[in-house]
Design a protein. Sequence first.
Length: 129
Amino acid sequence: MIANNLHVANTGHQPTFVTATRAERLDVTITNTQSLGMVTNWHVDQTESLSDHKYINFKILTTDNNVIRYRNKKKTNWEIFKNEMENTAEQLVPMVKTTTHQLDEAVENITNCIQKAYHKACPLKEQRE
């Protein structure tokens, strides 16, 4: 979870799973780093769910819903993109990959470098509806 920037949003100590012989906190609400602060009022609902699992309720705070975020691909600064890719080239040094796990890691590395360079060269813009 840490490697993927995921966090548990559960709060409190109420069990989420209850049977005649046990009560546990088995159910987990997971969010990413960007959304962690948006999950509020997380609680276990005591309403009968007709299951051993209790209902989990929470609210998600949102920003201004009238804002549209986008990237204008036509205005990408390709010089910045090129420089960013050159700066991360050492991470992309070709190596012999002998396992599928190594190949997957290499592909993930390359993808992350390209995405970071693109996000820097073509930042998000906001437009109000």
